[in-house]
Design a protein. Structure first.
Length: 172
């Protein structure tokens, strides 16, 4: 055999030995790539579950708010009934209406309903000014609440309808 054949045989043996090492490298790269892809998909799925839960919670809250909003006229009518019943001679009717009203408002409050505070200076985001009256009080001060306002959690359901003070001097 010539020296060239020996070198060729040696090169073949070296390249044959090198091939398995080169074959291992792409398998490891492929494994790392698949592992990274799997972790990314798992993170995306986890984010999807969190978004879906948040969307469900938001939808549930919106449903509760819509129900509470539809019950606001009933609360108003109960308040009128309590005023009328308090003028009645039959106190048992008055007490019964008060108990039903109290149970209804307590249940709604536990669900997230709350009255809009209507004292101090009128806030255009919370109060609807329906009338302005002369007064010695500071202009913009709420004098009377005509209709209660309500919020559900952080959502405004209905602003409070109020009468506010204006400066008596400016009317002249």
């Amino acid at each position: 055999m010539s020296d060239n054949n020996k070198n060729d045989d040696a090169t073949k043996k070296t390249s044959e030995n090198a091939k398995p090492a080169e074959a291992e490298q792409p398998k490891e790269d492929k494994y790392a790539e698949l592992k990274e892809q799997m972790l990314r998909l798992a993170a995306e799925f986890d984010n999807y579950k969190k978004r879906a839960k948040a969307d469900m919670d938001k939808a549930r809250g919106m449903g509760k708010a819509e129900l509470a909003k539809s019950l606001l006229p009933i609360l108003d009518e109960f308040e009128l009934a309590m005023i009328a019943a308090s003028n009645s001679s039959d106190k048992s009717v008055s007490k019964g209406i008060e108990l039903v009203y109290s149970n209804l408002t307590d249940t709604l409050k536990r669900s997230g309903l709350r009255e809009v505070p209507a004292d101090g200076i009128a806030d255009p985001f919370k109060h609807e000014i329906i009338m302005v009256a002369e007064s010695d009080k500071k202009p913009g001060t709420i004098l009377e609440v005509v209709k209660k306002g309500y919020m559900f959690d952080d959502m405004m359901l209905r602003p409070a309808s109020v009468i506010v003070a204006k400066d008596a001097k400016s009317a002249k």
